[in-house]
Design a protein around this ligand. Structure first.
Ligand code: SF4
Length: 192
């Protein structure tokens, strides 16, 4: 598991919680045994089905259509592990057009090539300075706040400990970028 997640830079880029950026294995909430065993199980299934690397189908219009169909009418959580900005923007548009709702977050919000994903994802930020910068750039933010203070003009995540675990992401879906449900940035107290 340590070895598997030590390669996380390929899908997490410069996220400060990635091992590729120098964080410990426990740094990211996705770096858990069930994520690891799920990925290994998926890779085993692919290897069993296709036998050879060259037999694995490449992403194309047909696979695009299958994925969109799977998301129709459902709540979609992007980026269970890794950066959701790796999903082609055209696929994002089509998924979000048919999904019931969605949530997603990215640490790549400062990168010009990631700007279009503002429509669908929250900028992952860690203080007010970053949040204000992201908002200036047109993003709504999800701020992981170590100061444990209330922030006017922002929403306190209703699934947080400090909000009394009133909701869940699949019910709330405020974290869905500028075209989703929410219109404000969100904050949560960092309890780690
Ligand atoms: S604000 Fe809503 S969608 Fe965002 S993390 Fe909290 S519960 Fe999930």
């Amino acid at each position: 598991m340590q070895s598997f997640f030590s390669k996380d830079g390929a899908v997490c880029f410069d996220c400060p919680y990635s091992m590729g950026s120098g964080a410990e294995l426990k740094g990211c909430y996705t770096h858990k045994m069930h994520q690891y065993s799920g990925m290994v199980s998926q890779l085993r299934s692919i290897a069993l089905k296709h036998k050879r690397w060259d037999d694995i189908p490449k992403f194309d219009e047909g696979i695009h259509a299958v994925i969109v169909g799977m998301c129709a009418g459902k709540y979609v959580r992007f980026g269970t592990y890794g950066e959701p900005v790796l999903i082609p923007i055209e696929l994002m548009r089509d998924i979000c057009a048919v999904a019931k709702s969605w949530t997603g977050y990215t640490h790549q919000w400062r990168k010009p090539w990631a700007y279009d994903y503002r429509q669908f994802f929250m900028a992952s930020t860690h203080n007010l300075e970053q949040t204000e910068l992201a908002e200036t750039m047109g993003w709504q933010s999800f701020m992981d706040d170590s100061t444990h203070t209330k922030h006017t003009g922002m929403v306190n995540c209703p699934a947080s400990k400090e909000a009394g675990y009133k909701s869940t992401c699949s019910k709330c879906t405020l974290c869905s970028g500028t075209t989703g449900k929410g219109s404000k940035s969100v904050y949560i107290f960092n309890h780690s």
